[in-house]
Design a binder for this molecule. Sequence first.
Ligand code: HEM
Length: 126
Amino acid sequence: MLTLSFIKQIHIACALISLAGFVVRGVWMIRASELLQRRWVIISPHVVDTVLLLSGIVMVVQLRIYSTHPGWLSAKIIALLVYIILGSIALKRGKTRVQRTIAWVASLSVFAYILWIAVYRETWSF
Ligand code: HEM
């Protein structure tokens, strides 16, 4: 049986792997590297991100978080959607390299915001 703290460790590990992978793919995008087209480079982020999402959902259910702290969780999910959209512009849909680079930097900022929410469990506080 998987304990909650183990699931949380998997979740955190996937978050860090996801970030590292996104940084590396962004660098390859800027350098127009052919590595970006490799099959494992295309598939592995989906695997990591699926485990990240599933482990998050399992924790939400086990901790019954939605009924107790809806604020930060909703913000996290909305920020995740923004991150996915910006990420797809950065690595695929952006028409020029400048557009893709701007989207990549914006995605990284949104990722930092998601980490902020995760660690401090609040939506914003500068
Ligand atoms: C890019 C996406 C995500 C990142 C980078 C991320 C990151 C993290 C991190 C670093 C923690 C540990 C915080 C700490 O204990 O200090 C955490 C906890 C958690 N995350 Fe995520 N997460 C992401 C997506 C999600 C999603 C989509 C969900 C829900 C469906 C979710 C639900 C949770 C829950 C429930 C916790 C535990 C909170 C607690 O211990 O009270 N996360 N997340």
